[in-house]
Design a protein around this ligand. Structure first.
Ligand SMILES: [Fe+2]
Length: 300
């Protein structure tokens, strides 16, 4: 038996816990607990003597009040302070939820990202939301998207099925960027039942000559089963780690593979994938057990 007073205490305590947890998941974890997630690895076939620090920012999802230009500029400063050789942006710069108090124009978030600096450069790819929020690109069923134009305007190259070669300490290295795998929304009027991607992995990799290592940037990790072992490392975002992840399990993951590529470092058949939990959020402004993160990856 439980006394009335104990019952009320229990209910009151639970309500307080629920309110606290909600405040944490909506306010504190998404906003304040941004951290640097560090990985150190030597991928297969990595040349001896090549040490490379890559910092990756994923799923910024700019919007007010959650991801303002001021906050993005502060994140750029934080990324620079890690002294990376190379900075990569893994897509989804535009808002991913309608629960916002205001929009951030593409020019504003791009300007904030223009503060990123690294000796080998800053390279980017696009994500599904960069396509989905672009009415004209959807209608035309083609780019360039507003996000692409804004990034290029501030001098950040956008790789859509394209590659760039960089050099560090006498070693050459390829950065390959895949076009988005979910770019076009389903559209009955146009006879499209499901999402249509513009990704062309074989065509992208065909642009690379020789045997120098390759880092592949692919917004959605679902491409990973098709990535050949020739690629040293694949970097993805998109999943936000499910946004809610407890005890290594995410109940909701926007991936055909469920939890397989939801978050973190995945090694399959000697091939390496790192999925960032990202910085912003989509659908609901909630994060629990997946703090906003930027990646620092030390290779060598
Ligand atoms: Fe995404």
């Amino acid at each position: 038996m439980i006394t009335r007073r104990a019952f009320l205490r229990l209910v009151g305590g639970s309500a307080f816990a629920m309110v606290s947890l909600s405040a944490y998941a909506v306010g504190i974890e998404p906003m304040l607990l941004t951290h640097v997630k560090r990985y150190t690895l030597t991928p297969p076939h990595w040349p001896a003597g090549l040490k490379l620090r890559v910092v990756a920012l994923a799923d910024i999802h700019s919007c007010r009040p959650w991801m303002t230009p001021e906050r993005i500029a502060a994140l750029a400063e934080e990324a620079n302070a890690l002294q990376p050789d190379l900075i990569v942006l893994l897509g989804d710069y535009t808002a991913g939820t309608k629960l916002v108090t205001g929009r951030v124009r593409v020019e504003e978030w791009a300007e904030a990202l223009s503060g990123l600096k690294a000796p080998l450069g800053v390279l980017s790819i696009l994500g599904n939301h960069d396509w989905w929020t672009d009415f004209f690109a959807q209608r035309a069923e083609a780019g360039p998207t507003q996000s692409r134009k804004a990034l290029e305007h501030v001098g950040i190259p956008v790789l859509e099925n394209d590659v760039v070669r960089v050099e560090k300490d006498g070693h050459g290295l390829w950065i390959a960027g895949l076009a988005d795998q979910l770019a076009l929304l389903p559209n009955k009027a146009k006879g499209r039942d499901s999402f249509q991607g513009f990704d062309d992995l074989p065509g992208t990799l065909a642009k690379i000559q020789g045997s120098e290592p390759i880092i592949l940037l692919a917004h959605e990790p679902d491409i990973f089963p098709k990535v050949p072992s020739r690629v040293s490392l694949t970097l993805s975002g998109h999943t936000h780690g499910g946004q809610v992840r407890l005890f290594g399990y995410s109940p909701v993951v926007p991936s055909d593979y469920g939890n397989r590529f939801a978050y973190g470092h995945v090694v399959e058949n000697d091939r390496n994938l790192i999925v960032s939990g990202g910085l912003g959020f989509s659908i609901l402004p909630v994060r629990l057990g997946v703090r906003p993160e930027m990646l620092q990856i030390d290779l060598g």
